[in-house]
Design a protein around this ligand. Sequence first.
Ligand code: MRU
Length: 360
Amino acid sequence: MEPDQRPLAVQVIDQRKLPFAFALLTLDSVAAVADAIRQMVVRGAGCIGATAAYGMVLAAREAEGSWSQLQRLGKTLTETRPTAVNLAWAVTRMEQVLLQVPPADWVERAQLEAEAIATEDLAACAAIGRHGLKMIQALRLKQDRSAAAVTNILTHCNAGWLAFVDLGSATAPIYAAHNAGIPIHVWVDETRPRNQGARLTAWELAQHGVPHTVIADNAGGHLMQHGLVDLVLTGADRVTRQGDVANKIGTYLKALAAVDNGVPFYVALPSSTFDWKLRDGLQEIPIEQRDPREVTHLLGVAPPLNNGQELEFQILASSSTAANPAFDVTPARLITGLITERGISPASEAGILACFPEMA
Ligand code: MRU
């Protein structure tokens, strides 16, 4: 068949450059989309899922009517990053709808489905915001706080609007509470090694006018011991059907400290982050091992050096080696509740299935 010549491209925010520069990047091939996910131009579970869905629109054109080629291109996208399940979920969903239509309709059908995935992602985050707001209000009632008392929320990594199509998962309740006039302050873990908390979450919160303070990753336990954290709220990259949560490395330690200090630990996720095939997160969730250079080096600006452009600094002797596991698994038993678009459930198979009975 004749190749479809219509120009197609997806435009994304280059998240590597934030917060020092805001730049858009245009991706016009599957290879470019795969590279953008691999290089973390786009990152965060929902965002890479939606980007991969649009990548499949490009795949629908590049496959030129060949189903096996379409599958190869889908595999290229899926294999870019292993832990966040939204990526494979989006590619599989796109393949399933394309299987139902003739190749001549692939591009048009793929566009519709990618649009649907993006719209659903936003709707899920908005619903998470509504459920999370109720949880924050209930917590304040339980604590018998005055209207002026500040609720301190600790978050790890970036599960904000940059990590989704909009609003974010962990940040949606924060924005909802702030918009409702509840005094909120957010402790933002810097989130070494790539500093998504310091670079992205802090920038997002500042744009929205939400009071926040960036802390070293190891400070959370100390703050909890001194009653300075009312609630921990994180996102997730993959959650098993029994409620084990894979999220950015360091999340598990925050959950341990939260349990030890009686601080509620909530995880916010759209249902596209559930991996319904898995039960035991520790044994079954693949953990991405990233370049040790992210540990041995730091990126940042040091004006007037390099005209204010980012520089990379080595922070340890070349005689040492480094390891860089990018995610860890927080067992369900440490989690107070999961906030999804369907409501708040206990982190247990029974609790999750009460919200998602169709997955029983
Ligand atoms: O490696 P990243 O930046 O893609 O990691 C994902 C994350 O940002 C976090 O783990 C986040 O809390 C969950 S993604 C919504």
